[in-house]
Design a protein around this ligand. Sequence first.
Ligand code: ADP
Length: 353
Amino acid sequence: MPPLVPESLPLLEQMVDALKEPTLLLDPNGRVAAANLASHEWFGTWIDGQSYVSVLRQPDLLGPVEDAFGYGRAGTAQFSHSAGAVETLFEVSVSPIAAQPGRRMVLLVFRDVSAKRNEESMRRDFVANVSHELKTPLTAIMGFIETLQGPARRDPSAQERFLGLMALETARMNRLVSDLLALSRLEGLTRRRPKDQVNLAQVLRDAVESLSMGADLAEVALRPVLPETAMVVGDRDQLMQVAMNLIENGIKYGGRPGAVDVSLVEIAREPVLRGPAWVLEVRDDGPGIPPEHLPRLTERFYRVDTGRSREQGGTGLGLSIVKHIVNRHRGRMRIDSREGRGTRVTITVPAQV
Ligand code: ADP
């Protein structure tokens, strides 16, 4: 039987090489005495025997390393490494190791914390966005209240107008909070597949019907071309939300007068989904979306024209919700748009076989 571990490499060395974190051992003179495979991959093989100052070249690290050598104190430091446009942030643990009396070695272990930092900054951005979105209508409402208490106190027609505006702003906040709740519920459900049998064609008919009055008022013709049945495994309410958001966007941002086509066709084998699928298309003949915005449309709060979206009662969360729902249904989503020609959103979901 071959030996479990090749004898040419000492066990300890193999163990250290197997660690994913770059790890460096500095000798009492501050030179790299040992480096594992990961640190050679990150910093290069030239580092062996070099002074840590020339290898790491970052002042944030120098203090903690000096403390470890001088006072035997353990510490941590941040270290950023850039390769081209990609910057990786490490948290480095700096540990003194007693080698001989009075002469210490220092062990540096680098932990990649970039993902954690990105998550934190995304969370911070999200909180800032939500606060801003809520603050705008709140500030308006506070202004109206002041006016109602002051200059408009005895003016019934002004009162009626301001109360109408307050109702609009409150409805906006209500929509925002509902969309936020929907998003947070969806994020919790991503890994749980929906289980119900749903007729997607009926869902689309219901959505078209409930939006038809608003579409008439906006002078937009809704033109559904749907089969009788289109069975999928899904969550009816969520599929309804997809249909409503896409058709509403067609009405809000499409041409005026204009038309929104809603179609659903089956394909026998969708290459990515590797099976039969339903393809839903919602197409408008509006001004379209400039290409540079397309990749970002499903980000939370991303809008092409913030003023226009607000004016239309948009929250900037609709497409992000759609994307989450489509993912939960193992589907695909695509947005195509030509300036001046209109926008087409295509959703593909596995058909029930
Ligand atoms: P909103 O609540 O602002 O409508 P969405 O997430 O649904 O948010 O859409 C994001 C942005 O994408 C909108 O603000 C709008 O600028 C743009 N958009 C969405 N659908 C269309 C469309 N059919 N035509 C043109 N622009 C659109």
